[in-house]
Design a protein around this ligand. Sequence first.
Ligand code: ADP
Ligand code: MG
Length: 203
Amino acid sequence: MTGNVDFRSLVAAMAETIAANAERLTELDSAIGDGDHGANMKRGFEAVSGDLEQLAAKPFPEALKAAGMKLVMTVGGASGPLFGTFFMTLGKELTEETDRAGFVTAFEKAVDAVAARGKSRAGQKTMLDVLYPMLEAMKQGADPDAVAARAEAAAEATIPMLATRGRASFLGERSIGHMDPGAASVALLAGAVAQTLKSHEGA
Ligand code: ADP
Ligand code: MG
């Protein structure tokens, strides 16, 4: 699935969309959290970008693992270890020869690892409420654009949800009516990946 796209372009696209939307992510986190999510994500993806040459020299799965470790160390908050776990697990499960079906299996393991790490599950108004719908879309054979569209819709669908995990859960009913910031980040990353894959199509 990533056979003809390089790690550099993917990271650059992810870092760019996070930087461009950091303020919005922070606003979302100010409404139902502590207002640091945009800064957390921006710092993390800037750190990964800063190591890009070193990371890109590694085989794709190793590069993903190392990027995940970097995110754990630099994003901080509750989301850092979760995003880090996602990329580390994805890297661990992929090989350079992984085909589409293998990618979906690896993605599933990565999402499950996030759930295990967060002691969380779908329906609690977290990033998992975007990751699981993306997984479902992939299992149904959706292309990256359709997966990103599903992610976007899933992030929107966190608005009416009641948070029962993470900082937003401290607000109880007052968490209802706002998009979950971690869910918004995942949708942004999905969009960036889809754009990158599209622009490399046939390359
Ligand atoms: P913090 O909450 O420590 O300030 P961030 O603001 O960076 O960390 O990230 C908040 C996001 O992390 C939430 O919007 C949510 O999507 C995600 N999150 C928090 N706790 C969990 C958890 N236990 N499981 C899954 N996702 C979580
Ligand atoms: Mg926060």
